[in-house]
Design a protein around this ligand. Structure first.
Ligand code: TRP
Ligand code: SF4
Length: 331
């Protein structure tokens, strides 16, 4: 039996190259080896976007298309919508009975995010979303969870929930392990530490070729280079770090030529653009293919249906472990 992985995203906007490098690329490889579930966490998106649910439908579509465009294969990975799997909500309620408020308040990611959003008080749903995320992972009894480092406290919570449930009632859940991405974070177009939608420094997977070209050609480079023969400092240049991330084979050479002043920034950017387009273009083709009327809905319905079946199998074990299978197991 294949091991199972579960991972996914909040649908809060289109995915960018930072997501591709940090997670999507890895998912595409993992689907060959693992039984793969990809969650589109629309309920979790409500923790911060509860006042604008009207954007969710479009964001869910875009995030699903971003995953498919990156190479997730619906024949290998089940892509599903969190809110349409009621067993996740059921598990969240059961788990919330034995997770204390102080454990949630001490969660470092919750603290950081609350600070970033400037929350002076927190909603019940925001404070409790790590419990809901544990249910996202445990409903299908996943073994592994590929995530970025910031998600580690949530995986710890998930392991705690699994362990505690098993102690309290019966051994239903495996303790899933985090599979942390070791790829360095992609810097933003403006040279800031992180490519991020809120900083407005992203190349989106769905950007048109002309947008990508405009963004790359306008990116900040080494400010000390005025003439193309000036020796450069590639270690502080955004474009150089993109060569590192997307054009490994030529990275060393680019660094040397930049230092020697034997390549100009325009030529260096044009080369990067060629490399980027080498994989963005196939993504656009896959996006167009999956955008055919009805196809995306069908993929999401099939993935969600499978998630519900797994969720119901888990709920049967949960009810039986807790002695809550009141009518002999049949509901
Ligand atoms: N919290 C994750 C993020 O912000 C998204 C997410 C929701 C998730 N449920 C998950 C990730 C379960 C991994 C497993 O990116
Ligand atoms: Fe950056 Fe390339 Fe210009 Fe060097 S030549 S500063 S690496 S864009």
């Amino acid at each position: 039996m294949k091991k199972r992985i579960l991972t996914g995203d909040r649908p809060t906007g289109p995915l960018h190259l930072g997501h591709f490098v940090g997670s999507l690329q890895n998912r595409v490889l993992l689907q060959e080896e693992y039984d793969t579930f990809i969650i589109i966490a629309d309920v979790q998106a409500l923790t911060t976007n509860f006042d604008r649910p009207e954007r969710l439908a479009e964001d869910v579509r875009q995030v699903a298309l971003d995953n498919l465009a990156a190479g997730l294969d619906p024949g290998k990975a089940s892509i599903f919508i969190q809110s349409l799997v009621p067993q996740i909500a059921e598990l969240t309620v059961f788990f919330s009975m034995f997770v204390t408020v102080s454990r949630l308040r001490h969660n470092p990611t919750i603290k950081t995010e609350a600070g970033a959003y400037g929350y002076t008080d927190m909603t019940y749903g925001f404070l409790g979303y790590p419990v809901s995320q544990a249910a996202d992972i445990l409903f299908c009894r996943a073994d592994l969870v590929p995530v970025g480092e910031d998600q580690l406290p949530h995986i710890e919570m998930t392991r705690f929930v699994a362990r505690r449930f098993n102690e309290l009632y019966a051994g239903v859940f495996p303790e899933p392990e985090a599979m942390v991405s070791r790829v360095p974070r992609l810097v933003g177009l403006d040279g800031q530490a992180k490519m991020s939608k809120s900083l407005g420094n992203c190349i989106y997977l769905s950007d048109e070729p002309s947008r990508v070209a405009e963004k790359v050609m306008n990116a900040v480079t080494d400010p000390a280079r005025i003439h193309k023969t000036d020796p450069g400092h590639p270690e502080i240049c955004t474009i150089c770090s993109y060569h590192d991330a997307f054009n490994q084979a030529e990275h060393g050479n680019t660094v040397e030529m930049c230092r020697a002043g034997s390549i100009g920034c325009v030529a260096c950017k044009k080369r990067l653009l060629q490399v980027l387009e080498g994989f963005l273009e196939p993504m656009r083709e896959r996006r167009a293919m999956y955008s055919k009327p009805g196809l995306l809905d069908e993929i999401l319905e099939t993935g969600t249906e499978r998630a519900r079946r797994e969720g119901e199998a888990t709920m049967e074990k949960v009810r039986s472990a807790m002695g809550m299978d009141y009518f002999g197991g049949a509901r």
